[in-house]
Structures are given as structure tokens and as C-alpha cells.
Write a protein that binds this ligand. Structure first.
Ligand code: BGC
Length: 754
């Protein structure tokens, strides 16, 4: 009789998700003793399962590999039946019955889609973001997925890069808080409703040159440690089960084969103990990077500390040969195999390989009213009100409202990139949601007005399965203008399509595409109250809009409940409260523009009126952003008192608090995001002009005041010096508290570090 480990009565402590390290080690030791070399290498092989069909699983190449024990994990298998069928092959047909892991890009929700990650970060609502990850995991596991390629924690300063949409913006402190929350939300305690997180893309993917996807990265280590590493480190410390290497070079070596990055920093310095998977086809790409043939690259990747090969077929085809030729050792293969088996153990798959396959959950856990309510609420928190002249917003539910623009009545584009579990037919368009919101009180009429791009080929390139109907631009514009003329107020739903951000969606021009701009300008010229809802997966350039459009709200891609959430805020049933987590530049030429920059030796003061020769500035645009990091308006207003410090000096083991009183000075209850920044003016290495070091999201009733305190410790103020020591210098530190990163709005004080 075939021996199958699953059927042996080895005591396993996994079942509630809590496991003892020693039990796990013992279990894996025993299992590995039975494994052949090829079976061990098989565990390191991750392949796509998009094409499998339930009936023919055994006969598919993937089924055959699984039966041979040459597949460790699979991604993109959709449907419980398919997942069960393939898992059965692994468990019943392979010699040792080792179960598969099922991965998927579960990035911002699943069937209930939350806003894209960049938008989520603009809520600064860490608890709600953690909850969104918990819901995403619950829905994904109800569909049999147990490994999510999330969170994406790459710091990105260049909005030309479409993948800025997938991250948490430009700030390492906020990014680290979100990274931890995402890991906690996704993984929980490795229960049945949790997935294993996969932190990506390690590392520095967000720093690619010219914003062109997959391009080169090159930066100093001081910068890596101080500006780019915090999110990865925080996620590792939060216990993320897996990490994904990035496509880019780091110090001239692809991240996947970069021993310094994967072993020295991630595993040794940060004590990360999960497994490391490549990105899709990364080992294959190493040959194009110029590192050699696939045998060489496979050895380099494994040696560097990478454990699993995503979709290159490189480990499975080469590692045995590498072992024979001596470029890898048995210990290297064993290390990687052990890491993958540990992940399976943590997920409870040895105890019950069908743990995530429960048909009953299909009925009760997906796209539930509760999940949708959470998504709708959080979506409303992500919108950033950039401008609101004459209090145009909130709109009254009366009269005739003209909704105009290519995003106004589209179902599939609301969710944004990486919505791999979406079911658009169940979601409302903005038009439908607005009509529902004003039913019986006002009329909402819609006209598309224009295409996304006048050029059909360009629009097609940006579509990727999420089309917006093509119209005749001249006729559509005429119709829209006629509608606008009859209306009391105009709402424009314009900007990007969902797939204009995300992977492989770099743009060289971030302005509103011409044909939309022409329509917008004509609508503005009518002189009626007008609101621009800017759909975007990145900061776009809105200089003209900021000068001429009376009200602008950035609504990103807000997920399955986007329509209702936008209506909620438009009509004042919810208050806008989001604040930017990326700087919005005035012009493309300022990129990269970010608030936590260094000062240069020839700084120009913020909002300098004119160009200054031989100073660090441009002839044709001032250095200032259009909208700064941290910025966002509400329908109410807030005032800040001066900072009160609990003391003026900070000892090496000491702590201080900085307190401000925040008052809601408007007539409506609302949320405010209070931000604390610090600046170290004299340090061993140059420090940014300001760095976020604390934030609180608070709710204040109209007229109400509250005290908000931030703790300042030496640990909080430390940075990495040129030798990468984590240090703090004696001397003055400037402390700033306010509603955004603009100097004019910050209260300031100074402490002295002893
Ligand atoms: C992306 C990753 C993603 C992976 C699997 C790659 O192309 O860079 O972010 O997780 O595909 O779909």
C-alpha cells in the first residue's frame, strides 16, 4: 500500500492556526527524509493554472507534473472545483501526497473590491485597511485560495510608473504601518479564513528609472535603508509568510539573485523566516538582464536565498544539473524545500489539504452585505477633495444634475487594476448609484461626452479587458454640451481607465487626455457649478483644472462599491476625509517630486515667487507641488493650536509628547488626519526637510475640540548613517504638527536630543 504522509497519524499541532516550531521541524525533517531530489526540486516550482479544466486535470501538463510531485504551488486557478481536482491529484496521486498551495493576486478585496491600495493609503485608516485585508482573505479562502500576492509595499516617487497604484504612496512611515496592517489582516493566525501574505516586490521596484516598468534601479544603500526599506522590514517583522523578489536590478544584480538583498538583509538582518518566491518569470528574465544562461541563473537565484521559482520553469529544469556541476549544493536545495514545506505546514495543509475548500462558504462568505458596507465606507474615506470653491460640494439633491464623462456609466472600470476576483455585472455604475441616491428628489442625466483617448489604438492599449464604448467624439461632445446647458450642476467623471495604472501601464504624459480636456474646458466655460471627479491610479497633472475647475475630487478606483461611495460623498451623506499620500506635481518635468526630499546646498524657499539663478530650481515652474503630501479638504474646517511639549530635552532612554488641540471650526461633523513631522537639521548624513513620524485619524463634532498627542522617542528619530548604523545625533530636532506637509499649515516647535 502506498504510504501517504497525510494519512499517517503524525501528531500535528496545526488546526487552529497555531503551531509549535519544534513540531513543525520534526514533521518536515521526517517528510524530507522520504523525498527524492526531484521531489524536493518539485516543491520549488510554481506554475500558472489558468487553463486547467475540472474534468481533464489529470491529463493536463499541470496535472501530470503534480502527480509526479514536481509542482509545489500553482497560481490563478479559479473555481473551487478546479482547485479541489488539482489538490486531489497532489494528495492522492503523488508519491508523498504533499498538498499544493494555491496563489492569486488578491490585492484589494476579492469579489467585494476595495479601493486600489494607493487610494486605501489616502484614508490613513489603518484599522479599516487591516479589516479590508481580512475581508479579502475571507472571500479568497472561500474560493479555495490560500496565498495572496499582497501587500505591495514599494515606495514610489514617480507617477509615470503605473504600479504606483498598487502601493501606499511615497512615505516610508505610513507605508510601514500599512504593510503591517495588511499582513495582520491577511494572515491573522493562519486560520481557515486567512491567506498567507506575500510581500512584494523585494526590493526597490518603485524606483525604476523614468517610470518605465521593469526598468533599471540604482541607488545608494543609505537611501535604501532610510527611504525604501521600511515597508519590507515592517512586513517581515509582522511575520509575513512569504516575500516576492522584484524584477529590477539592485546594485547591478537582479533582485532574485541578489544574495545581499535576500539573505544578508532580509533573512539575517531582519530575521525573516518565511520563504522567498520570484516574481513571474524573473529567472527567465535574468538572461535578458545579462546574467547568463538559465542554468547559471537558476544557480544564482537559489544561492542568493530565493526558494521558489514563479513560472520560469528554471529550477525544475536546471537545479539537478546545477547540483551535479557543483554550482548549488544539496543544502541549498534542502533549505529552499524546507521553507516551502514550512509554509504548507503553517497553512495547515498537511493536516487538511482541503482546509480551504468548503462549498458552504461559497453561499455565505462572498460579496456579503457586511463586506460591501465595509468597502463602501472605506471607499468614501479614500476620496481626496482637492478643491471646493464656493462650497459647491456637497451637492443638493434637487434640480437637474448632468453627469458627463467616459467613467460615468461604466461597470468594469470602477474597480481598478488587479481586481482578479471582481464580478462587474453585480456592481453599480456611478450613474446608477447617483440616480438611486437622488430618487424622487432630483434628476441625474448622463452623456458620455467623449472617449478616453481620441486615438482608438491608444485607448485599446489601455483597455485590457475593461472596455469603455467608443463614441464619435464630435457628436458625443455636442450631446454632452446640450445636456449640460439644461442642467443646474455638472458632474464630470473623467480621467484614466482602470488599466491605465497597474503593471505595464507607464505613461509619459499625465495630463487629462486631450479629448477629455477639450470637453472639460467647454463645460467649464458654461460657467455653471461644476465638479470634476478625477479617476486615477496615480497622481495626474491637473494644473489647468486646479486653476479653472471650481471643485475637484480625486476618486481613484474605489472598488465594487465605488458608485455608491462617490454618491455618498457627492451628496454629503459622508464627509470627504482622505489626504494625499503622494505629492501631486504641477508639471511632468518636476517628477520625481516628493515631500521628504533633501535640502540641496542651494535650496529655494517654498513658494518662492520667481526663478533664482544659481539656486536649485527651474526657469519655468516653481519647485512647489500642486497639492502636497498629506493634503485634502473636508466639508468642514479644522484649526490647530500651537504645540505643547511635555519637555524640551530627550534623553537616550527618554520620551516626550507633543500635543496640539484640534478644533472642528465648521458646521458639520467630520474626520481629520492629524500629522506629525520632524526634521533633523544637523546630522551625520543629510536628512529630509521633513519626515512623517506620527498621524491620527480623529472624528470631531462641529465645534468640538480634542487634544492629539504624539510620542517622540529616540527610536522614532533614528536613521541609518553612511555605515548603515541606526543612529541618532545629539542636537536640535524640529517638530511639526498640522493638517498636511505644507509649511504654512504646520505648527512648529523644537526639542533637543541629549
Ligand atoms: C507581478 C506580480 C504578481 C505576479 C503574479 C507579476 O507580473 O509583477 O505583482 O503578483 O505577476 O500574478
Amino acid at each position: 500500500m502506498k504510504k501517504r504522509l497525510l494519512l499517517t497519524s503524525v501528531f500535528i499541532a496545526v488546526c487552529t492556526g497555531i503551531f509549535a516550531q519544534s513540531d513543525m521541524n520534526q514533521y518536515i525533517d521526517k517528510l524530507m527524509q522520504k523525498m527524492t531530489l526531484q521531489e524536493k526540486i518539485g516543491q520549488l516550482n510554481l506554475l500558472p493554472g489558468n487553463d486547467i479544466t475540472t474534468g481533464a486535470v489529470m491529463k493536463s501538463p499541470l496535472g501530470e507534473l503534480t502527480a509526479k510531485g514536481e509542482l509545489g504551488a500553482v497560481l490563478n486557478v479559479k473555481g473551487l472545483d478546479k482547485i479541489r481536482a488539482l489538490q486531489e491529484v497532489a494528495v492522492k496521486k503523488s508519491r508523498l501526497g504533499i498538498p499544493l498551495i494555491f496563489g492569486q493576486d488578491v490585492i484589494h478585496g476579492y469579489q467585494t473590491v476595495f479601493p486600489i491600495p494607493l487610494a486605501l493609503s489616502c484614508s490613513w485608516d489603518i484599522a479599516a485597511i487591516e479589516n479590508s485585508a481580512r475581508i479579502a482573505a475571507k472571500e479568497a479562502t472561500a474560493l479555495g485560495i490560500n496565498w495572496a500576492y499582497s501587500p505591495m509595499v514599494d515606495i514610489a516617487l514617480d507617477p509615470r510608473w503605473g504600479r504606483i497604484a498598487e502601493g501606499n504612496g511615497e512615505d516610508p512611515f505610513l507605508g510601514a504601518c500599512i504593510a503591517q496592517a495588511m499582513v495582520k489582516g491577511l494572515q491573522g493566525n493562519y486560520g481557515k479564513e486567512n491567506v498567507m501574505a506575500c510581500v512584494k516586490h523585494y526590493a526597490l521596484y518603485g524606483a525604476i528609472e523614468a517610470g518605465r516598468d521593469y526598468n533599471t534601479v540604482d541607488m545608494s544603500k543609505v537611501r535604501m535603508y532610510n527611504q525604501y526599506f521600511a515597508g519590507y522590514k515592517a512586513a517581515a517583522e509582522a511575520g509575513a509568510g512569504s516575500f516576492m523578489t522584484s524584477f529590477n536590478l539592485v546594485d547591478g544584480i537582479p533582485a532574485t539573485a541578489n544574495k545581499w538583498l535576500v539573505t544578508d538583509v532580509l533573512r539575517n538582518q531582519w530575521k525573516y523566516d518565511g520563504f522567498v518566491v520570484t516574481d513571474y518569470g524573473s529567472i527567465k528574465e535574468m538572461t535578458s538582464h545579462g546574467l547568463g544562461d538559465q542554468m547559471t541563473c537558476s544557480a544564482l537565484a537559489l544561492k542568493a536565498g530565493t526558494d521558489m521559482d514563479m513560472c520560469s520553469n528554471a529550477f525544475i529544469e536546471n537545479l539537478e544539473k546545477c547540483l551535479k556541476s557543483g554550482t548549488v549544493s544539496q543544502a541549498d536545495i534542502d533549505r529552499a524545500c524546507r521553507k516551502v514545506l514550512e509554509a504548507k505546514y503553517k497553512l495547515g495543509l498537511f493536516k487538511d489539504p482541503y482546509r480551504f475548500i468548503d462549498k458552504k462558504r461559497l453561499q455565505k462568505d462572498l460579496y456579503t452585505a457586511e463586506n460591501r458596507a465595509a468597502a463602501r465606507q472605506l471607499a468614501a474615506e479614500t476620496f481626496v477633495l482637492l478643491k471646493n470653491d464656493d462650497h459647491i460640494l456637497p451637492l443638493q439633491k434637487k434640480g437637474k444634475i448632468a453627469l458627463i464623462g467616459p467613467l460615468g456609466d461604466n461597470r468594469s472600470n470602477m474597480v481598478g487594476c488587479w481586481s482578479t476576483g471582481d464580478i462587474p455585472e453585480k456592481y453599480s455604475t456611478l450613474k446608477e448609484a447617483m440616480q438611486r441616491a437622488v430618487k424622487g428628489k432630483a434628476v441625474v442625466e448622463y452623456a458620455q461626452g467623449c472617449n478616453i483617448y481620441a486615438d482608438e489604438t491608444t485607448q485599446k492599449g489601455a483597455t485590457f479587458g475593461r472596455p469603455i464604448p467608443r463614441v464619435n467624439d464630435a457628436e458625443a461632445q455636442k450631446e454632452a454640451l446640450q445636456l449640460a446647458q439644461r442642467a443646474d450642476v455638472i458632474v464630470c467623471a473623467m480621467g484614466e481607465m482602470a488599466e491605465m495604472s497597474g503593471e505595464s501601464s507607464s505613461r509619459s504624459d499625465l495630463a487629462l487626455p486631450d479629448v477629455q480636456m477639450q470637453l472639460l474646458q467647454k463645460l467649464v466655460a458654461l460657467g455653471k457649478p461644476l465638479v470634476l471627479l478625477n479617476f486615477s491610479g496615480r497622481p495626474t497633472i491637473m494644473k489647468w483644472e486646479s486653476e479653472h475647475v471650481p471643485a475637484i475630487m480625486n476618486v481613484w478606483f474605489a472598488g465594487s462599491e465605488a458608485g455608491d461611495a462617490i454618491s455618498d460623498v457627492l451628496f454629503g451623506d459622508q464627509m470627504p476625509s482622505g489626504k494625499l499620500t503622494t505629492t501631486f506635481p504641477q508639471s511632468l518635468g518636476q517628477i520625481p517630486l516628493y515631500y521628504n526630499h533633501l535640502n540641496t546646498g542651494r535650496p529655494v524657499a517654498p513658494r518662492a515667487k520667481e526663478y533664482q539663478k544659481f539656486q536649485s530650481n527651474y526657469i519655468d515652474v516653481r519647485n512647489d507641488p500642486l497639492y502636497p503630501f498629506g493634503y485634502g479638504l473636508s466639508y468642514t474646517t479644522f484649526s490647530y493650536s500651537d504645540i505643547t511639549l511635555s519637555g524640551k530635552t530627550l534623553g537616550r532612554d527618554g520620551r516626550l509628547t507633543a500635543t496640539v488641540t484640534v478644533t472642528n471650526t465648521g458646521s458639520r461633523d467630520g474626520d481629520e488626519i492629524v500629522q506629525m513631522y520632524t526634521h533633523d537639521p544637523a546630522a551625520r548624513v543629510a536628512r529630509p526637510v521633513k519626515e512623517l513620524k506620527g498621524f491620527r485619524r480623529i472624528h470631531l463634532k462641529a465645534g468640538e475640540s480634542t487634544q492629539v498627542s504624539f510620542e517622540i522617542t529616540p527610536e522614532l528619530l533614528k536613521y541609518y548613517d553612511a555605515d548603515l548604523n541606526h543612529v541618532i545625533d545629539p542636537g536640535e530636532i524640529e517638530v511639526m504638527v498640522g493638517p498636511d506637509s505644507d509649511d504654512r499649515n504646520l505648527r512648529k516647535s523644537t526639542i533637543t536630543v541629549l
